[in-house]
Ligand binder design. Structure first.
Ligand code: SF4
Length: 333
């Protein structure tokens, strides 16, 4: 069912940490907590203008800094002010993002009371070494424990993974993805590391001690992660940071590209098509593949890059849109 969550960004206010990559004001493009008046005005407009079916499956989201680590009074004020927009003729519920060590039974009971439906944890890595090197201030077992508690309390669970962190490798990210799959979250977001001004990573980069993955390396790794999650029926709801003017202004190095998600899905479709061709033992020559119309541009690739790649390895591929083909499937004709 179609969703259109309405998100409010709560900047760094509640977080006891300063992770190596974090410059929350830049990531969210916001540097102040939204006022109750602003939230209500935005939601009044959303309720009046959104399709009713979309509205009833959408959530009001509090993203950004760690929501459950902010001052309890502010947290309950924010939760209370959106209550009138939930339920009949309103939104499905509330979605919040937080740190794994800012979750316990008491907080979860409070969130339940205020009709929170989904909780996303910024897990980032399941390697304690990588977590320590990036000053996350929590361990992989905190992620396991918080995830179990969230599921036991009946919330939808989301996990966020970062690729290219200081001290991490492509194999390390794949290990993290395997541990996520053991946890069985409902959703995952994949965030490639971008080095921003005024962060510890920027300092390490300037000192020559850290080199983030570039766009090409990120595309190749994230396409594999995307496949792993989707093959295990875990929905990936975001790949790459939201493109914000403040990101461009504060960019230092790393995997920043306005269409990163598209590039990654293009890579994923290329790999899927290649394996479909191998499966039917077509090693080269002229071939026609059909994909769902929603995957047509990804299959062709930006500036026809996938068609060119196929040509480089001996295939002359033409692509047809066919709505009978399932999303992300490949049919060799
Ligand atoms: S936990 Fe989140 S908000 Fe806190 S420093 Fe890390 S990235 Fe920033």
């Amino acid at each position: 069912m179609k969703k259109a969550n309405v998100a409010f960004f709560i900047p760094h206010v509640g977080c006891p940490n300063r992770c190596s990559f974090c410059n929350q004001n830049t990531i969210s493009g916001k540097n102040r907590v939204p006022s109750v008046d602003y939230i209500k005005e935005t939601l009044d407009y959303a309720v009046a203008s959104m399709d009713k079916n979309v509205l009833k499956s959408s959530e009001i989201a509090f993203f950004g800094g760690s929501f459950t680590a902010i001052d309890k009074k502010l947290m309950t004020e924010l939760l209370a002010c959106v209550q009138q927009y939930i339920g009949e003729n309103g939104f499905y519920g509330i979605r919040v993002s937080t740190r794994p060590d800012a979750i316990d039974d008491e907080i979860l009971s409070l969130l339940k009371k205020y009709r929170v439906t989904s909780i996303e944890l910024g897990a980032q890595s399941m390697s304690d070494d990588v977590l320590l090197k990036n000053m996350r201030g929590h361990t992989a077992s905190d992620v396991f424990n918080a995830s179990n508690l969230i599921k036991t309390h009946g919330f939808s669970l989301g996990l966020q993974i970062m690729t290219g962190l200081y001290g991490d490798t492509a194999d390390g990210a794949i290990e993290t993805a395997k541990k996520f799959i053991e946890i069985k979250p409902d959703t995952v977001r994949i965030y490639p590391t971008v080095v921003l001004k005024d962060t510890y990573l920027a300092k390490l980069y300037a000192e020559g001690k850290y080199n983030p993955l570039n766009v090409e390396e990120t595309v190749s790794l994230c396409a594999k992660l995307l496949n792993m999650f989707e093959e295990n029926s875990i929905k990936v709801i975001r790949v790459g940071l939201h493109d914000q003017p403040s990101l461009k202004e504060n960019f230092v190095a790393g995997a920043y590209h306005a269409a990163l998600g598209e590039l990654i899905m293009g890579e994923q479709m290329f790999l899927k098509a290649l394996s479909a061709l191998k499966e039917v033992k077509i090693e080269n020559g002229e071939v026609r593949v059909a994909v769902n119309p929603s995957n047509l541009s990804q299959m062709i690739g930006q500036k026809k890059c996938n068609i060119k790649r196929f040509s480089d390895i001996g295939y002359k591929v033409s692509v047809k849109a066919d709505s009978s083909v399932k999303i992300k499937d490949i049919k060799v004709i």
